[in-house]
Design a protein around this ligand. Structure first.
Ligand SMILES: O=C(O)CCC(=O)C(=O)O
Ligand SMILES: [Fe+2]
Length: 202
């Protein structure tokens, strides 16, 4: 996919109070970040979770580090959070104004065309004072960023390869989601969008 901002330095866009997009922040690190996703997925393959309502989620997930409250079936041996991934997330959080981030978990999502993530709050983590650092790789997707009520108005922003969203503090419990991903092809990730969310799951 052609990036019109390819030669530009990364820049920041404020989404809300304590929520910022670090545009193209991960662009230079995309290769090794993606290698980590592939490595984790080779040990703990991507799975489509079944929701409590009995639906198979369109997004496929895996993770490394602490499992926190994320359910898993069948159980798979743990994979630790690589130090360089953790350091990357700490640095990104710092750039967004969150010092002292201590992520112990990285959830990895894989979106095939048509996959989406319904509006939700990230509230399984024990320490909600710590932010979420979310890295987008591959195909673009529309990120929906709402309020504290599911029905609140949504901002819709296109997240592209290398974009990092950080939200915490007063925005930590905002509803958010991903609209269905459009078909396409990306030189690094092929027909998929990948996302990594770093968290302090506890
Ligand atoms: O894929 C994304 O950009 C968001 C992922 C997300 O919200 C989550 O995994 O909880
Ligand atoms: Fe989320």
């Amino acid at each position: 996919m052609l990036d019109l901002f390819e030669g530009e330095a990364p820049w920041q866009e404020v989404l809300a109070e304590d929520a910022v997009i670090l545009r193209r922040y991960a662009r230079e690190d995309d290769q090794w970040l993606f290698r980590h996703i592939m490595q984790v997925a080779s040990l703990r393959p991507f799975q489509h979770r079944i929701t409590p309502g009995g639906f198979r989620m369109s997004v496929a997930m895996t993770h490394c580090g602490s499992r926190g409250g994320y359910p898993e079936n069948p159980p798979v041996p743990p994979v630790s959070l690589p130090a360089e991934l953790q350091q990357f997330a700490v640095r990104a959080a710092g750039s967004a104004g969150f010092s002292g981030f201590l992520p112990d978990s990285c959830l990895m999502n894989r979106y095939a065309p048509g996959s989406k993530l319904t509006l939700h709050q990230d509230k399984d983590e024990k320490d909600l004072r710590q932010p979420i650092v979310s890295v987008s790789l591959g195909l673009p997707a529309v990120f929906q960023f709402g309020g504290f009520d599911r029905a609140d108005a949504l901002q819709r922003v296109l997240l592209e390869h290398g974009d990092v969203v950080v939200w915490g503090g007063r925005s930590r419990l905002r509803f958010h989601g991903i609209a269905p991903v459009k078909p396409g092809s990306h030189p690094l990730t092929g027909a998929y969008r990948y996302n990594m969310t770093f968290r302090c799951a506890g």
